[in-house]
Design a protein around this ligand. Structure first.
Ligand code: DX5
Ligand code: ZN
Length: 227
């Protein structure tokens, strides 16, 4: 049984107070912080890169930065993100031709490796070998590029397919996830939950974090009984 991990997406935070925003989320019960790195190539927007992550890491040395690399050449940034204190480097399968070498490079820098698939990429694009070598699989439930988009229900079956193939793997969902959409994600078997607007815009972020976590843990317990 995998455990619930909540990873608030800082894309919805006040970037001018990024370290304080991250601290607030950890205090509110978040295990990880989801750092959305966009390069203006893989996606049209530009957000932040290693220099900013490094500042956050200096302020909160034990933070777990779940780095979502929406970048065109993911091979290029492994060392910089590792030096900046990244704990998990999640690249897009669509952005590389050699995922296995990339996973190895990420592991060589002592980071966990994540493999993300965008809405139009089928779960079968993740081969058994890639899935086994990766530490986490990310099923995007919106098109990568910006926060606050509508959750795409049609991506949910991919979570269930991957959970069936990789029963013990961390499986993350990202995009439009919040109290209204968490049931579908949790029942399909995802355990790492990214939420930006649903957490940062809430009057009580800690209540939303707890709700997301409880929903995943309850669903996981149910799935364990069904086995
Ligand atoms: C979208 C990003 C997401 C986004 C999620 O490209 O990868 O992490 O910030 O934001 P919400 O939860 O608002 O959809
Ligand atoms: Zn993301």
């Amino acid at each position: 049984m995998v455990k619930a991990i909540i990873s608030p997406s800082v894309l919805a935070s006040d970037f001018g107070n990024l370290t304080a925003e991250c601290r607030k989320m950890i205090k509110g019960g978040a295990e990880w912080l989801h750092m959305d790195v966009m390069d203006g190539h893989f996606v049209p927007n530009i957000t932040m890169g290693a220099p900013i992550l490094s500042c956050v890491h200096k302020g909160i040395p034990d933070i777990f930065m779940d780095c979502h690399m929406m970048v065109a050449q993911p091979e290029k940034w492994v060392n910089d993100i590792a030096d900046a204190g990244g704990a998990l480097y999640c690249f897009h399968l669509e952005a590389t031709t050699d995922p296995l070498s990339l996973i190895k490079a990420i592991h060589d820098r002592n980071m966990k490796a994540g493999v993300a698939i965008s809405p139009d990429t089928p779960s079968t694009a993740i081969t058994n070998e890639v899935g086994e070598k990766a530490d986490m699989l990310l099923v995007m439930t919106v098109y990568p590029g910006r926060g606050g988009q509508k959750f795409l229900d049609r991506c949910v079956p991919k979570v269930a397919e991957l959970r069936a193939r990789f029963p013990e793997k961390d499986i993350e969902v990202d995009g439009g996830v919040g109290p209204k959409t968490i049931d579908a994600c949790a029942d399909a078997g995802s355990n790492v939950i990214v939420a930006g607007t649903a957490i940062f815009n809430a009057a009580n972020p800690e209540t939303v974090i707890q709700l997301l976590k409880d929903t995943v843990d309850t669903a996981q317990a149910k799935l364990a009984i069904q086995k």
